[in-house]
Ligand binder design. Sequence first.
Ligand SMILES: [Zn+2]
Length: 249
Amino acid sequence: MIYLLIFVFGLIMGSFYMVVGIRLPLKKSIIKPRSHCEKCNHYLKWYELIPVISFVLQKGKCNNCHQKISKFYPLCELLCGLLFLLNYIIFGFSFKFLTSILISSLMIIIFISDFKYYIILDSPILIASILYLILEFIFLDIKTTILSFCSGVTMFVIMILIMLLGNLIFKRESLGGGDIKLSFFIGMVLVPRLSLISLIFASFFALIYACIFLQIKKESEIPYGPFLMIGFYITFLLSPYLLMFLDSI
Ligand SMILES: [Zn+2]
């Protein structure tokens, strides 16, 4: 029963993050106007707003204009539900579970906005950072909270140095401001050694993506934020093993 509740909660939050990720980059309010069909502006009724289920019942089409609804919506909601469930299975109800929920939520919002508009929003990073510090203060202690904040600042400075170096070598903007702000959050949650490992994971995945998609799409830039988040999330999940490995070498 609790698994189902967590999964459904994830679906609902996923649906909300979809609105945040799509509307905020366009400077639109996330409250008004109400959710509507992108093609005919038909306002959605409550039974058309149920995550995933409405999409399946309506066979992926708008009830009013019968045009196709993007599969992106239910997929994002489903991903969010599954991530929440996975976090609960791994961590149970604990500080780590709440942290992993924060990371997954930020990851989904960044997936949406960075892939869709090449934008990483400031406000979700800021909210996630503040919530994380509050969680640490409640579950751990004030000393750890301050240390995490300093660790975030260190990571932020390291990324600025990497950006300056990158700009110098490639003679163009190498990292976006959003990537650097994101690294502040990553630095806060992970210890410095693991933050650097998460950067290596991120670069590895971004490289694979670039090799495949730059060939197909012929574009010259790729969003880096989603890969930073994937590297971060994987490092967070594997952190006990990675620390053990680092200590052994
Ligand atoms: Zn419609």
